[in-house]
Design a protein around this ligand. Sequence first.
Ligand code: ADP
Ligand code: MG
Length: 614
Amino acid sequence: MLLWVTDESMACTFVNKPMLDFSGCRLEEVAGDGWVQGVHPDDRARLLGMAEFAYRSKQPFTLEHRVRRHDGVHRWVLDTAVPQFTAEGAFTGYIGSCVDITERRAMEEALRESQERFQAYMDNSPAVAFLKDEDGRMLYVNRPFETFFQTTLEQIRGKSDAELWPPETAQQLREHDLAVLESGQPTQIYEDVPAPDGTPHHWLVLKFPVVEPSGARRVGGTAIDVTEQKALERQLHHSQKMEAIGRLAGGVAHDFNNLLTAIQGFSELLLRRPDVHAAAKRDLEEIHKAAVRAAGLTRQLLAFSRQQATQPRVLDLNDVVADLSKMLRRVIGADIQLQTVAAAGLGRVRVDPGQIEQVIANLVVNARDAMPRGGRVLVETANAEAGAGPRACAELAPGPCVVLSVKDTGIGMDAETMRHIFEPFFTTKDAGKGTGLGLSTVYGIVRQCGGDIAVQSEPGRGTTFSIYLPRVEEEVEATAGVPARVELKRGAGTVLLVEDEDMVRGLVRETLELAGYEVLEARHGKEALTVCEQHPGPIHLMVTDVVMPEMGGPELVKHLPTRRRGMKVLFLSGHAQAAFDHPDLTSTKAAFLQKPFALDAFTRKVRDVLDEAA
Ligand code: ADP
Ligand code: MG
């Protein structure tokens, strides 16, 4: 121990042998105020200041400063001094000791540096990081953690998951922590931890066991916010799924259409025969009706897979609503009241009945979803004037129109939600519940019909969707499906029929012959080309399927020999869009009829195509 003694006037009166050895000085050299020379010049003022203060207050003091060692090297010492008094209480000076703390200070310095480096590293990391003890109490979090969760380490140090997070979150985190502690292995997992405002966030977390030098076991972790990626992934997955389903539905509908064409057509042919018994005819009517209904279903499948050709018809929306309301009541359930108000003298519109049904059904289903605790849906029709009204029908050409509105008493929407509702895949519903395709489909259909949509809504105040459709002056068209009364349109000429499906080919052939045409047959495009080459006479019309083995309809048209170029073409298909999208078809004078079709519609179409000026 290095010892020193000073008197009441701060003059050194004694230093011990170890102190002399340390400094390499003789007592005379340090006595009086000679000791000051041994103190590092940079520390002198601080030391003297402290000493003067101590002499005045007569209090013990400690101070770290540098003194010169015998070898000229300055060493850091911890100087501890206590005042001395006589038995009578008179102050006689200080006695002090110095301990060499150079190593300790160097270590402290290194430690501080390493700590600062660690801190800078963690705080600049893009990942959120944390360290918890075995009981799940927070020991450390980095700045990104503090920033995201709007907290500070001070506020959450020592707190458990249960004190920091909602119960399900806490439980999930704790389970993962325990698994890491138990296995002693790092793991990569996803965790759901909400932001302070409650919005859900999804994290990719690396959790790992940390054993401290003391043997204490901890759980460390770094996490990155993958909420957005996950949403994108889900969306992609969803659209892929929809596309696959669409393709599947389209494929099924296509095959189904061929069968329905045959069922519908053959029952029609039978219904037209005079030798069929009246009782049998009643049964045949039922078969025919069932086939027409099945055709409605395939049309929906095709609409869903976006392969449907629209079949607009002049109709009264009141009829559509009336026909649909039974089905809608079943859909919305008992807690919700469905009211319909049909305007008297409602104008007609030209729309595809299947599509407009889809529009109404989508809006009513949305209304139902907005009223989990029951309520009222009002489906109302009215005449209106586009251009005269509010901005509601900005997209609509001015003139008379018909409004169909669906009004609910549900939760309503805020402005932000309203901005996005027509975007495909926008949904506020839970995964698996909403597809976000309802309103985008509605929008597509309404715009396709030349109409527009207006929305009125407020949170908690219900929602009204108003569909504006241009009014037409024509009378309502009779629905198909009254075959026995309509005469087949007759004609003459040679028709080349190209169809791979035997049943459909047989049906069409029989129908064409009944209507007075000569029929040539082929099972696919290549066969049709051979017929075109070998048949000596004229061929006035080619009726062809679109999708066939060997060679499809569009390709067949492209390869027709020059002398058949004037021939007219009528496409028959379950896939509508496919035909119209084909670049070669837009240039050819091609007509199109969607399967399944009523025979009179078919023969009428055949005549129309033949009669059209070349
Ligand atoms: P989905 O019904 O699958 O969510 P939609 O395209 O039909 O998709 O609707 C999109 C979103 O619009 C819904 O998730 C909902 O937030 C909002 N929405 C639609 N109709 C209503 C309504 N009647 N009341 C409240 N919100 C609605
Ligand atoms: Mg919907």
